[in-house]
Design a protein around this ligand. Structure first.
Ligand code: ZN
Ligand code: ZN
Length: 182
């Protein structure tokens, strides 16, 4: 399991090389591959009492860009904290979301997904494997809110999600589904 996590972190480092154009991501590997603020500093800055569980869970989210669900975080966090419960993970993630430390993603996935990067960016969701990839915005400035949207209510958050089939799944479909002769 630890090897698998290491593997993931290395993969993210690799991905980073391609995203130099990303506007400054505050506390994520996106920012040149290092975390600018530690999980402890972020929690303290948000006025959240630091506990080992909270620090570990936030740190896990800061070090990755796969936008995991609570169960995935639970499995990985249990390596170091065997008594951690799924309830605690959900409660902690909700606390983080309410404090604006992480974001709960507006994506049509089976389980809620979480993003440790709160700087504005968009996402590509694969409807087949449910991987979620970050897409930097060309401009840091938020797009203007259309009048029709404002007429519905006050906008507090805009999340753009492009839904489709990722390159890996598309390649698999291409090789695993040979066309039958009619
Ligand atoms: Zn996919
Ligand atoms: Zn993201």
């Amino acid at each position: 399991m630890v090897a698998e996590v290491d593997d993931q972190i290395n993969r993210f480092r690799f991905i980073l090389k391609d995203v130099d154009a990303v506007p400054r991501f505050l506390h994520n590997f996106h920012n040149g591959g290092e975390i600018v603020k530690s999980a402890t500093e972020i929690l303290q800055g948000a006025g959240i009492v630091t506990t080992r569980q909270r620090v570990v869970l936030l740190d896990m989210l800061l070090r990755r860009d796969d936008h995991p669900d609570a169960e995935r975080l639970l499995v990985e966090a249990r390596v170091g904290m065997p008594s951690l419960s799924v309830d605690t993970v959900y409660r902690t993630l909700n606390l983080f979301v309410e404090a604006g430390v992480i974001q709960r993603m507006a994506v049509p996935t089976r389980r809620a997904r979480f993003d440790g990067c709160t700087d504005p960016h968009d996402h590509f969701l694969c409807s087949d494997c449910e991987t979620i990839q970050d897409i930097p915005r060309p401009s840091k400035r938020a797009a203007a809110i259309p009048a029709q949207v404002s007429a519905c209510g006050v906008v507090s958050d805009v999340q753009t999600v492009y839904v489709g089939v990722c390159r890996r799944c598309a390649a698999q479909f291409a090789t695993s589904e040979p066309r039958r002769a009619e």
